[in-house]
Design a protein around this ligand. Sequence first.
Ligand code: URA
Length: 302
Amino acid sequence: MGRQSDDAEKSGGLDITYTMRLQRYLARAGVASRRGSEALMTAGRVRVNGQVVTELGSKVTPGVDVVTVDGRAYTLADDSAYVMLYKPSGYVTTMSDPQGRPCVASLVPTKRYPGLFPVGRLDADTTGLLLFTTNGDVANQMLHPSHHVWKHYVALVRGVPTRHQLQMLRDGVKMPDGVASPAKARLLSADDPAALPVLGEGLPYNHAVVSLSIHEGRKHQVKKMLRSIGHEVLRLHRDEFGPLALSGLMPGQWRPLTDAERAMIEGLASQGEAAPAPREASAARRGHGARAPREGRETHRG
Ligand code: URA
């Protein structure tokens, strides 16, 4: 409540929280007006996680803190749906394809969540984290270039980039359609779990795995960046999108976002800013993408 630690812990060390004043939460939950909610608080009738809260400046994290009034729990009504898909290779990012190619729509629960659409796109041959939602505001905020939502990719490339070439990516590499923003770039060793999704049979001779964090989303951005330093991308995988990390899914499976994940991306959108730590600050979460679904968690094959 009003602290960053709980959410940060749940988000694998990311310091992102979505908090709001308790009286605003109560008003939005339909308990009473803002003033009426303040009166309920000062009367000692409001509890957060079981503790009476009378201080008017107190904050809560929607979707994480349990707020009760006279013993009854109140949540914020929001019927937006959020689904994480582990996109397999060979599917185009569209909800219908006139040419009849396999498309991601067939992998996600569009009947259960009418209006679901993908937030951004991955190329047909790219694998990994693709977010779907019914909430246009959140999608716009996550995609808006000014919000600098970081995305993490792992690429198998032909040849081994030199230190100088990696530095070019960090400085902002010149591409055919303009200069890319500075990226976080480094090589991954073949036994790094994060490299697994692009390795298959192992690392072929004279190839390398590049870890790349970017916050731009131009078409074929990663392929163009790596091409510009002289290396062709043979396989590409995304394992992070803003505060979300691909976890608990096998290729072709989807799951709803957890409450904490949902609160993080809604928080990102409501703050109108995005400051998820780039890859280096979240090393602890590496390699989760290929993990088998955890027992008891709802996962689905599309
Ligand atoms: N950059 C690419 O080149 N392709 C993708 O699918 C995503 C980012």
